[in-house]
Design a protein around this ligand. Structure first.
Ligand SMILES: [Zn+2]
Length: 188
């Protein structure tokens, strides 16, 4: 692993790529600030999905859809190190265990706060729900706008990318999927 000191020096090297005087006042603390912000936006490497989803409760017979919609998130594209952000809708149908609702937001952050692509976040959140909650079905839909597309390349400001992962009954049954879509529509 690269040490913090080496990481700050690498940022200094990148600054020198842009400017002849990376020691000017405004840039003096930039290497430290950049690595401080990296510790925050990449904190998903330090969290663990099992411990996030382990505190479950008796569902007391509830067998409908549990949906947390419009979970805003920020992530970083692994190809360009550009931010991408948007909202996630996360749903599952419990068999006999439910999880605290804030954990659904935390599991999104756990995957988003890394070097990522949107497809992988979508898949990994769904897989974690299946693995740790053993639900009848799990579904994740993510809509995001990508910095690497807004500011460079094709330069499309308003393009929204949507990805979805359907597991269990949401994959098998059109009725379950339709009910989910209706609930998402009603909550946005
Ligand atoms: Zn990108």
């Amino acid at each position: 692993m690269t040490s913090r000191d080496e990481a700050e020096k690498a940022v200094f090297t990148l600054l020198k790529y842009l400017e002849t005087d990376p020691n000017r006042e405004g840039l003096k603390k930039t290497p430290r600030r950049v690595i401080d912000s990296w510790d925050e936006i990449f904190s998903g490497y330090k969290t663990d999905s099992k411990s996030i989803l382990q505190a479950t409760f008796n569902a007391e017979g509830y067998d409908g859809i549990v949906l947390l919609s419009n979970i805003e998130f920020h992530s970083t594209c692994e190809h360009h190190l550009q931010p991408f952000s948007g909202k996630a809708h996360v749903a599952y149908i419990p068999v006999d265990r439910i999880v605290g609702i804030s954990k659904l937001a935390r599991i999104v952050d756990h995957h988003a706060l890394r070097l990522q692509n949107q497809e992988r976040i979508t898949n990994n959140v769904a897989n974690d729900l299946v693995e740790h909650l053993n639900p009848l079905g799990a579904a994740v839909i993510i809509q995001a706008s990508h910095g690497c597309m807004r500011c460079r390349g094709v330069k499309k400001q308003n393009a929204i990318m949507t990805t979805s992962a359907m597991r269990g009954v949401f994959f098998d049954k059109k009725e379950a999927r339709n009910e989910l879509m209706q609930l998402i529509e009603n909550s946005s």
